[in-house]
Each structure stands twice: as structure tokens, then as C-alpha cells.
Design a binder for this molecule. Structure first.
Ligand SMILES: NC(=O)c1ccc[n+]([C@@H]2O[C@H](COP(=O)([O-])OP(=O)(O)OC[C@H]3O[C@@H](n4cnc5c(N)ncnc54)[C@H](O)[C@@H]3O)[C@@H](O)[C@H]2O)c1
Length: 253
């Protein structure tokens, strides 16, 4: 199925790998011009090459989403390159160190919160005015998690994924009348480098976690990318402020 996003411009953060790369590829396949945003230069260039091999349009913009000057420059570079901004998937995230609540270091807390939650806010802070400056049309999807609704995970990570839901709902309410829709996706366990690191460190615990989802398997990055493409498209025109579970039934239990 194809979605109505042809010719629009999309920012995808964390697009050098995993879920972000899948979304970038799906949006480009639907005819969007894609700003591939990441701190990982090699992975970002690879995403662009994969899109161009499929005759899509993409440009890598090296950006640290936790740095406001970097984010501001990235949004400006996207509009300069493609002429407008209509779509964004704010997805860059890290899991941080593993520890109990009392054992986390402040340095780890700051790194995870700055990347995952402040990063999403900074991106929306600069994306929304760029969308309003165009023809006032916009759609944003932020990546939360099943950890945004449960205590499954480390405290800083879980806190940021809950926080992303709050940021999503607030922006959705504030900008609904101005034509900008804002939603969040909550992936379950998806087969990406993040989950593979967890699998290598704790194989038994990982397998148990995967089996907790009624479907009994991990999701593929493109199973998130497909959902994000729909949410960003005109076909999702009445969807805003929502949290969309893409988790193999995990949260239905
Ligand atoms: N994989 C899962 O099971 C799963 C489940 C739920 C939610 N998520 C979320 O999905 C998102 C993508 O995760 P993934 O599994 O694809 O992981 P990934 O590690 O494959 O991709 C994350 C990308 O974010 C980039 N990144 C990290 N810090 C950054 C920064 N400061 N600025 C810009 N880019 C930065 C990384 O370089 C990487 O390319 C994350 O927000 C993650 O929390 C993942």
C-alpha cells in the first residue's frame, strides 16, 4: 500500500540504524525527500546510499539531537536543501547503562535524558516553526516504547519514554488547530543493534522478554517504519495525540 507523502520533506533522527533507517527508507520509497539525521556518519551515509540505490532522495545531516545549536542548524539545512519541512520522525535514542534506580550515576542520567527526551523536545521546538512557516501542514511521530508505559527497563530510559508521551500529547493539543498532528509509537522488542546488545549480555532474560509478547517473536524495524509512514501520511489525517502500540500484543496482556 502506498501513502500520500510524495514530494514532502521529512526529518528522521536516529536514521543511521534500526528503526530510523527503516522509516527513512519507507518514506523515501513513498516519494518523500528525507533528511537522514544521526551522530553516526558512516551509518548515516549508508542509509543515504541505500535510499539512492532505490532511486529515492536523501541527504545525511550529522547532528547531535541533544545539542540545540546542532538541531537548529539541522532543521535549517533541511529546509535549505529541500525547500520546506512537513514531516518528522523524532526517533534517536539510547538505552544507557544498566543499573537499579539508586545505583545510576548522574552522568548516565543526564546522557539518556538529554538524548532521548530533551532531544525530542529540541527537535519539535525547531521543526514546528519550520512547518508553520510553510503551508502550515505538518505531521510528527516521536518514538516512545513499551517502556513508556511500564517499569520494564532502566530508570532513566523508562522515564524518558514516559516523558516523550507527555511531550507528544502536549504538542498535539497545542498545534491541532494549526494543522500539525503529533503522535507517538510504542515499539515492543524490535530486532536492532540495541536489542541485540541486550540479547548478547542476557540471552535467557532476553528470550523470556521476547516470549512475553503474544506473537512470540521480535518485530522487524520496517514493521515500525510502516506504521510511522502511515501516521505521517494524509491517510492518518484524524490521528493526533495518540500512542500507537506496535508491539506484537505485548501491552494487551
Ligand atoms: N529496538 C527496540 O527494541 C526498541 C523498542 C522500543 C523503543 N525503541 C526506541 O527506538 C528508537 C530507535 O532505536 P533502535 O532500536 O533503532 O536503535 P539503534 O541503536 O539501531 O538506532 C538509534 C540511532 O540513534 C542514534 N543516536 C544516538 N544518540 C544520538 C544523538 N545524540 N543524536 C543523534 N542520533 C543519535 C544512533 O547513532 C543510532 O543510529 C530509540 O528511541 C529506542 O529507544 C527501540
Amino acid at each position: 500500500m502506498s501513502y500520500n507523502i510524495d514530494g514532502k520533506t521529512a526529518i528522521v533522527t536516529g536514521a543511521a540504524s534500526g528503526i530510523g533507517r527503516a522509516t527513512a527508507e519507507r518514506l523515501a520509497a513513498e516519494g518523500a525527500n528525507v533528511a537522514v539525521v544521526d551522530i553516526d556518519i558512516e551509518g548515516g551515509e549508508e542509509t543515504v546510499a541505500r535510499i539512492e540505490d532505490d532511486e529515492g532522495v536523501a541527504r545525511f545531516i550529522e547532528t547531535d539531537v541533544s545539542d540545540e545549536a546542532d538541531v537548529e542548524r539541522m532543521v535549517k539545512a533541511t529546509v535549505d536543501e529541500f525547500g520546506s519541512l512537513e514531516l518528522a520522525h523524532n526517533n534517536a535514542g539510547i538505552e544507557g547503562e544498566s543499573a537499579t534506580t539508586a545505583e545510576h550515576t548522574k552522568a548516565n542520567w543526564d546522557r539518556v535524558v538529554d538524548t532521548n527526551m530533551k532531544g525530542v523536545w529540541l527537535c519539535m521546538k525547531h521543526e514546528i516553526p519550520a512547518m508553520l512557516e510553510g503551508d502550515g501542514e505538518g505531521a510528527i511521530v516521536n518514538t516512545s516504547s513499551i517502556s513508556g508505559q511500564t517499569g520494564a527497563g532502566d530508570a532513566p530510559y523508562v522515564a524518558t519514554k514516559h516523558g516523550i508521551l507527555g511531550l507528544t500529547r502536549t504538542a498535539a493539543v497545542e498545534y491541532a488547530q494549526e494543522g500539525i498532528r503529533v503522535n507517538a509509537v510504542a515499539p515492543g522488542v524490535i530486532d536492532t543493534p540495541v536489542s541485540n546488545r541486550f540479547r548478547e549480555e542476557n540471552p535467557e532474560e532476553f528470550e523470556q522478554f521476547v516470549q512475553m509478547a503474544p506473537v512470540g517473536r521480535m518485530g522487524e524495524p520496517m514493521e515500525i517504519g510502516n506504521a510511522v509512514a502511515w501516521l505521517l501520511s494524509e491517510e492518518a489525517s484524524f490521528a493526533t495525540g495518540g500512542l500507537f502500540q506496535i508491539d506484537g500484543g505485548f501491552m494487551a496482556l
